[in-house]
Design a protein around this ligand. Structure first.
Ligand code: NAD
Length: 260
């Protein structure tokens, strides 16, 4: 029997990067996958790859910071498969990268809403569908804001990421009584498309020397960044019974980058 046979997973930001790799990995292990993304066109290929693994996928277009849209996504999943076992609150953006003095309140709100309000909504609306059967929730935070403050001009991002960790721990405590586990993953640099969702709006930023964490080729593990597939292996572990005594924990997946 496959590790996640018959389980249903709900993945936000499933069209790209970490979400995409995790969708394929969980499908390989038997789970049916709801692929949630603002850009559903990217999910079409992921759906095909999930089906090639012998599983099923449902593409759902939604903005994770919209209450109505998130609620509706879960209704669609329950209508199609009648259950919900795994929730991966993963969608996120870097947002506008700028020094605090140049960051507008709207820039701030965009990142906080996209990364933090979205995590609250994704978990809140999953609860009614998981409270009788239990399950696993995983949140993608970051080393940024938790153990390292690397991105100069990323105050809103770092705030959203440490906020996700705090929220995840409270959720773990509250939801333990339903048999729902909640864990937080904190990746270091991972090769994805997130850079395309970064808006270096402020010219001044280019003039400021952004601190470099480690010289080229001097990552503790001898390479520069991780791969989405490596994060997907952690997501699989946290999704499965193999981690059934782990909840309320943040796990760093950065090759010790944040310890330098
Ligand atoms: P990515 O840009 O490759 O993928 C993110 C996906 O999320 C995209 O498909 C995008 O369309 C979707 N998305 C963004 N905003 C959305 C919204 N409001 N509603 C619905 N979908 C939305 O990036 P990634 O690196 O795979 O990012 C996934 C998560 O990993 C993010 O939370 C990010 O902060 C976190 N993270 C990434 C890194 C890294 O180095 N790549 C490091 C630490 C943490």
């Amino acid at each position: 029997n496959l590790l996640l046979q018959g389980h249903v997973a709900f993945i936000t930001g499933a069209g790209s990067g970490i979400g995409r790799a995790s969708a394929i990995k969980l499908a390989e292990n038997g789970a049916k996958i709801a692929l949630v993304d603002l850009h559903p066109e990217n999910c079409k290929e992921v759906k095909k790859l999930v089906e090639e693994k012998g599983s099923e996928a449902l593409v759902l277009e939604a903005n994770v910071s919209s209450s109505d849209e998130m609620k509706k996504c879960y209704d669609n999943v329950i209508e199609k498969w009648g259950r919900l076992d795994i929730v991966f609150a993963n969608a996120g953006i870097n947002g506008v990268v700028a020094p605090i003095e140049d960051l507008s309140p709207e820039d701030w709100d965009l990142t906080i809403s996209n990364n933090l309000r979205s995590t609250f909504l994704t978990i809140k609306y999953a609860i009614p569908h998981m409270k009788d059967s239990g399950g696993s929730v995983i949140i993608t935070s970051s080393i940024n804001g938790n153990r390292k403050f690397t991105g100069f001009g990323m105050s809103a991002y770092s705030t959203s990421k440490i906020g996700q960790t705090g929220f995840g721990k409270m959720a773990a405590l509250e939801l333990a009584r339903y048999g729902i586990r909640v864990n937080i993953i904190c990746p270091g640099g991972i090769e994805t498309h997130i850079g395309e969702n970064t808006w270096h709006e402020k010219e001044e930023l280019k003039k400021i020397k952004i601190p470099i964490n480690y010289p080229e080729g001097n990552h503790p593990l001898g390479h520069q960044s991780g791969k989405p597939e490596q994060v997907a292996d952690l997501v699989l572990f946290l999704s499965s019974k193999q981690s059934n005594h782990i909840t309320g924990t943040e796990i760093y997946i950065d090759g010790a980058e944040s310890l330098l």
